[in-house]
Design a protein around this ligand. Structure first.
Ligand code: PRX
Length: 633
């Protein structure tokens, strides 16, 4: 069976086969890759434990599949097209042959520093080609990479390094974001001061060449690469060996390390990339995500390179030097597939359609969104001014835990409907259940979104805490993976993902736990207690609203709270609104009633309903009045 679907009939056929004979289907798909040894068992699974094993018996290395496999006929083709922050600077094309050599050299350098199979390496870098090189170098030697988004603070970085017990950090000196130069190495230095006792070596890539402080454990990227061997035999990996850890927020205060394994992730990354983006030879594919998130892992690095595509990496921001930058890049490089987040679309929309109208976007064949629900207005703007009613929109629903796109329409194959991610990819079995766990079979109903059969790129465990993985995803509904999302199915079976039903919020497509933000706020010395809720935000999708009780009254408390959050998590988690209050609504057992605060933050105080069961019902009116007063100011 071919990897790529091209027609509605192909989709029907592949979907039907993937349900009637999932093992046969995925076994066939594995034939499109290079294996050192083929698998003997396609799937063994048990959602109760959970234990999920794909392609047992197989041996492989994913970097060989991303690079070596293409050297015969694509060695001169551009693998990575790097577009720098500054529009005046030239872009850089890295061919498959060159990328292969750079990955092998970096892999040799890691080996020279004693890194081997199973060791954890944390990557804390901006969007530079060296980040992709480092990811693939880890994969080549079987080291488990854990990319930490370079906007996270020293404390957040240290927490992730400690949890993974990483023996190395690879970083850059600085990052460039629009007109700003942001220190990166200095954050690593601070993290190393805080803890990071497991780290023996820090490799520093000089991106801007700016001044940095230096320690005994630091090594210069350029010097290591000069000394290292240009060749590096790929380490043979078992199918279920972990490939990477990626930390993501959950409903508790501590981010969890989602672990993905090698063979299943590889097959699904390539399968979903090929089909969702309908990539053809010669196309220039661009995903604007950061490699610090799962989208960057699967759809900037692994998926495109596995498919032998040309993948673009952009260093900068959408609005520098102006709000036409994305479209100028699309025109200049004749981008064929463009994949971004609804928050970016909304942010650019407010600058007006005269920006995209200045550019020739005729090369675009597919435009995609990911990370959060897309509102109807943004969908139509994207369709009209970017896709120009010609390039179909794929609204792709998936998660860090799913490893790859799960629900989406397929361009030119299945239809597209505003705000609906639409149909499951072959092999994916979404179901809606009621809070009691009953299956909702009728259409035009809402429910909790679960997946009731394994797929190859699904989460295997949460690093160092398997029980947490079981409890979070597999215990709510027996025999099902619970996504944490609520969804609706329309009359024709299309799925629309409405949003999280747990204490996870989605700010500009970044996933944050309310408990995580509360913990950070509570670190501020004047804070006694806090409660964080989300409210609808025109650009970010959701904004962060914090209600905080303090032991003193000072005018600058709110800015201190913001500074503390930035220090402990990073700028992404900065509250948009802070209300210093004297008490928080609580149940008789002492639990904060966030439902009430959510209503207040959303301007729906009228719908709060009965508060008489609260321990302190009088505080509700006080908070409402205070919010109204402050919002008027
Ligand atoms: O709530 C869903 C939302 O983003 C969550 C996953 O976040 P994260 O693990 O950071 O991964 C984001 C990139 C894959 C989901 O639980 N989400 C993601 N895509 C969509 C979405 N909500 C609605 N529509 C989408 N297309």
């Amino acid at each position: 069976m071919p990897l790529r679907m091209r027609t509605p009939a192909d989709y029907q056929e592949q979907y039907a086969r993937s349900i009637s004979d999932p093992e046969g289907f995925w076994s066939d798909m594995a034939l499109h890759f290079f294996w050192r040894k083929p698998h003997h068992t396609t799937l063994e699974w048990n959602f109760e434990k959970p234990s999920i094993k794909w392609y047992q018996g197989a041996q492989l290395n994913i970097s060989e599949n991303c690079l070596d496999r293409h050297l015969k006929d694509k060695s001169d083709q551009t693998a990575i097209l790097w577009v720098p922050n500054d529009p005046g600077e030239d872009s850089v094309s890295i061919s498959y042959a060159e990328l292969h050599q750079r990955v092998c050299t970096c892999a040799s350098a890691l080996i020279d520093l004693g890194i081997g199979k199973g060791d954890r390496v944390v990557l804390y870098m901006p969007m530079v080609p060296e980040l992709a090189v480092a990811v693939l170098a880890c994969a080549r030697i079987g080291a488990i990479h854990s990319v930490v988004f370079a906007g996270f603070s020293a404390q957040a970085l240290a927490d992730r390094v400690d949890d993974a017990q990483a023996s190395m950090i690879i970083c850059s000196d600085y990052s460039r974001r629009g007109a700003k130069i942001i220190p990166i190495k200095a954050v690593v230095d601070d993290a190393m001061e805080l803890s990071c006792d497991s780290v023996q070596h820090v490799i520093v890539h000089a991106h801007t060449g700016g001044d940095i402080s230096w320690h005994d454990h630091d090594h210069r990227w350029s010097e290591l690469m000069q000394r290292a061997s240009r060749t590096c035999e790929a380490t043979v990996m078992e199918s279920e060996d972990p490939l990477f850890i990626l930390y993501t927020s959950g409903s508790t205060g501590k981010p969890k390390g989602v672990v993905h394994s090698t063979a299943g992730y590889m097959v699904y990354a390539a399968y979903s990339f090929t089909n969702v983006f309908q990539y053809d030879p010669g196309d220039i594919y661009w995903c604007t995500a950061d490699i610090g998130w799962i989208t960057g892992h699967t759809y900037i690095i692994y998926g495109p390179l596995l498919a032998g595509a040309t993948t673009m990496m952009y260093e900068g921001v959408p609005t520098y030097p102006d709000a036409g930058r994305f479209w100028q890049i699309c025109e200049q490089h004749r981008v064929s597939q463009f994949y971004t987040a609804p928050t970016a679309i909304r942010a650019l929309m407010v600058h007006g359609h005269h920006f995209p109208e200045q550019y020739d976007l005729s090369a675009l064949k597919v435009i995609g969104t990911v990370g959060e629900p897309i509102n109807e207005e943004a969908w139509h703007w994207y369709n009209q001014y970017i896709g120009r009613h010609r390039a179909p929109i794929v609204d792709t629903w998936w998660q860090t835990e799913t490893g790859g796109i799960m629900i989406t329409s397929l361009p030119g194959i299945t239809d597209t409907k505003p705000t609906y991610a639409a149909y499951p990819l072959p092999g994916i079995r979404p179901v809606l259940v009621s809070p009691e766990g009953d299956l909702i079979e009728e259409n035009e109903k809402e429910g909790l979104l679960c997946i009731d059969y394994p797929w190859p790129s699904m989460i295997r465990t949460t690093y160092g805490d398997h029980e947490r993985c079981r409890q979070t995803y597999f215990s709510a509904f027996s025999g099902k993976y619970f996504t944490g999302d609520g969804a609706r199915r329309d009359a024709d079976g299309r799925i629309r993902v409405i949003g999280r039903v747990d204490d996870v919020i989605n700010v500009s497509g970044h996933r944050l736990g309310t408990a995580e933000i509360e913990n950070a706020i509570n670190e501020q010395s004047s804070v006694i207690e806090s409660a964080v809720v989300a409210y609808p935000h025109d650009i970010k999708g959701q904004g962060i609203c914090a209600f905080v009780i303090c032991d003193i009254d000072r005018p600058d408390l709110s800015s201190d709270v913001c500074l503390t959050v930035r220090k402990i998590i990073g700028p992404v988690a900065t509250p948009d609104r802070i209300y210093i209050v004297s008490s928080l609504p609580k149940t008789r057992s002492g639990k904060i009633m966030r439902r009430i605060l959510r209503k207040i933050a959303c301007g729906e105080s009228d719908g709060i309903g009965d508060t008489s069961t609260l321990l302190n019902p009088e505080c509700v009116d006080l908070i409402i009045r205070q919010v109204e007063k402050e919002d008027m100011q």
